[in-house]
Ligand binder design. Structure first.
Ligand SMILES: Cc1cc2nc3c(=O)[nH]c(=O)nc-3n(C[C@H](O)[C@H](O)[C@H](O)COP(=O)(O)OP(=O)(O)OC[C@H]3O[C@@H](n4cnc5c(N)ncnc54)[C@H](O)[C@@H]3O)c2cc1C
Length: 494
């Protein structure tokens, strides 16, 4: 049996490991952390569970092509309830609230009530959201691979694309902020800027709204770590091995062929290596010299990494009367990583069973932005821990001002900076996706380098904007290339 080493037990690595086992390879995953999941993770502090990864999973809806993949790798099964939060998010300014509902008719009515002056744009937007619901991420087979069960692009997805094409480039050529400026209502403007981010191109915003409208993008019970644990367990049940706390230092290559990896000081031999550490880092660090192939040069040049700072607060109060996912505007901005933030987003896990002790609530906030250099300077000058505490305390104060019920009730706080993500993921600046900016097309990078055989890449960085679907789809694709190269039959079993 041919031996395959997978670098990393994130969602891409677990997906690749599972498909490779199902297809008849002897597979070992080497993971630098002590748990599976990578960026798809959560952690406990004093009885509070902080969901540090996924908030919505594309492919949670049974009719989406990705759903089959999630089932094949054990991420979802009949025992996993999916929670479709609705409204997906709410935004509040000066006592007025706007919601992103899943139902398009309800959304249209709601927007029209907020701003009759924007009727024309609202009707056009809701019509476009409806058209975009027909587009789903395709899961297909690569050319020339032998497969047990064929996966091809359904004709319906091609037909679904036709009415969208004329609108696609219009959305792609404006940022969400520019798109929002077509509307007169400041409330609607702020909503559109906050669905994904003001600097992302507007396609990301409309795809998000359309995914939700299609009944997709739910939250699987057990969240990020629950999903990763299910996949890791399934991989081990199939006979795969995960070596935790073992970082791959280098991939060994001789005469253009990879033949193993170095872990600690040991050489572990393999017939193939699937690399799921952030490709942007792997191409510079895992080989004896940085990879110079044109796509690698393009990746270094074009990647706009997504970074965040994460705040988790355990509140000794039942906050189930508060909105679940709210962005509100503060008079006094929160300074995070040296950058003032006046729109604060919170996720309130009051209704999630097991996320906090009885009568208490876990609250999290994800503050987007590249503050890597700020935090690095803090670490270098010894103020890192103090700065994290300052941020947590300022956030707790803002939360108490908006929700007096939380005042004096913070039982625990935790802050993860881009440096935290970098330490755990080994990713570029701790990032976990890539921004799709104005006019930028969806970049796609090859699974196989040209200059080295037996090496395959997978993971979020291979296709913008990344995220869990890309991690899983590229993990699957890496195994299809591996099967084709070794004349094996690719198998995905449910
Ligand atoms: C706060 C937050 C919210 C998010 N929300 C969503 C969401 O709602 N929906 C969505 O789709 N996506 C979301 N994402 C993004 C998603 O989690 C990631 O894009 C995805 O998990 C990336 O998976 P991956 O396997 O490609 O990479 P990673 O998760 O980075 O996995 C790589 C793994 O490799 C390990 N590793 C790295 N280097 C080595 C080495 N040299 N040797 C051994 N092991 C190594 C790492 O420890 C890690 O476990 C979110 C991410 C975050 C952080």
């Amino acid at each position: 049996m041919k031996k395959v080493i997978v670098v990393g037990a994130g969602i891409a690595g677990l997906t690749a490991g599972i498909y490779a086992r199902q297809s008849g390879f002897d597979v070992a995953i080497y993971e630098s952390h002590t748990i599976p999941g990578g960026a798809s993770t959560s952690w406990r502090r004093k009885g509070y569970l902080f969901e540090g990864g996924m908030h919505w999973l594309t492919g949670s809806a049974p009719k989406s092509p990705l759903h089959k993949l999630w089932r094949e790798v054990g991420a979802l099964d009949d025992s996993v309830d999916i929670y479709n939060r609705d409204p997906f998010l709410a935004l509040e300014v000066s006592g007025q609230t706007v919601c992103l509902y899943r139902d398009i008719d309800k959304l249209r009515q709601h927007f029209l009530q907020i701003s009759p002056a924007d009727t024309k744009e609202i009707i056009r937007l809701c019509g476009d959201i409806k058209k975009f619901t027909k587009i789903t991420m395709p899961i297909s087979d690569i050319k020339g691979v032998k497969v047990k069960t064929k996966s091809s692009l359904p004709l319906s997805s091609l037909f679904g694309l036709l009415p969208v094409l004329p609108r696609l480039s219009s959305y792609a050529n404006q940022t969400a902020k520019e798109f929002s400026e077509r509307f007169k209502s400041p409330l609607l403007q702020l909503l559109f800027q906050n669905i994904v981010g003001p600097d992302w191109n507007a396609t990301s915003m409309i795809f998000t709204a359309a995914t939700l409208a299609a009944g997709d993008g739910g939250y699987p019970k057990g969240g990020s770590l629950g999903m990763a644990n299910r996949m890791a367990k399934y991989f081990e049940k199939l006979g795969g091995t995960i070596h935790y706390g073992k970082a791959v230092r280098e991939i060994q290559v001789r005469d253009g062929m990879a033949y193993g990896v170095i872990v600690d000081e040991d050489l572990i031999q393999a017939d193939a290596v699937i690399v799921t550490q952030d490709t942007l880092v792997a191409i510079d660090r895992l080989f004896d010299s940085p990879m110079r192939e044109p796509w690698a040069v393009r990746m270094r040049k074009n990647t706009k990494p997504v970074l965040n700072t994460f705040i988790g607060i355990g509140v000794k109060a039942d906050l189930s009367d508060m909105p679940e996912n709210l962005t509100f505007v503060t008079a006094e901005p929160l300074i995070c990583g040296g950058v003032p933030q006046s729109a604060i987003s919170i996720i309130n896990y009051a209704s999630y069973e097991g996320y906090a002790p009885q009568g208490c609530t876990a609250v999290t906030s994800i503050i987007m932005g590249d503050t890597y250099d700020y935090w690095k300077a803090c670490r270098d000058n010894g103020t890192y821990e103090a700065e994290k505490q300052k941020l947590a305390e300022a956030f707790i104060e803002i939360l108490a001002k908006r929700y007096p019920k939380t005042a004096g009730k913070a039982a625990v706080w935790d802050v993860a900076t881009p440096l935290t993500y970098e330490r755990y993921l080994g990713s570029y600046k701790g990032s976990w996706m890539s921004t799709l900016g104005k006019g930028s097309k969806m970049e796609s990078y090859p699974t196989k380098p040209e200059s080295i055989n037996n090496v395959y890449f997978a993971g979020q960085r291979l296709r913008t904007p990344g995220g869990l679907p890309v991690a899983a789809e590229t993990g699957r694709k890496a195994v299809q290339y591996l099967c084709r190269d070794t004349n094996m039959v690719f198998q995905g079993n449910i």
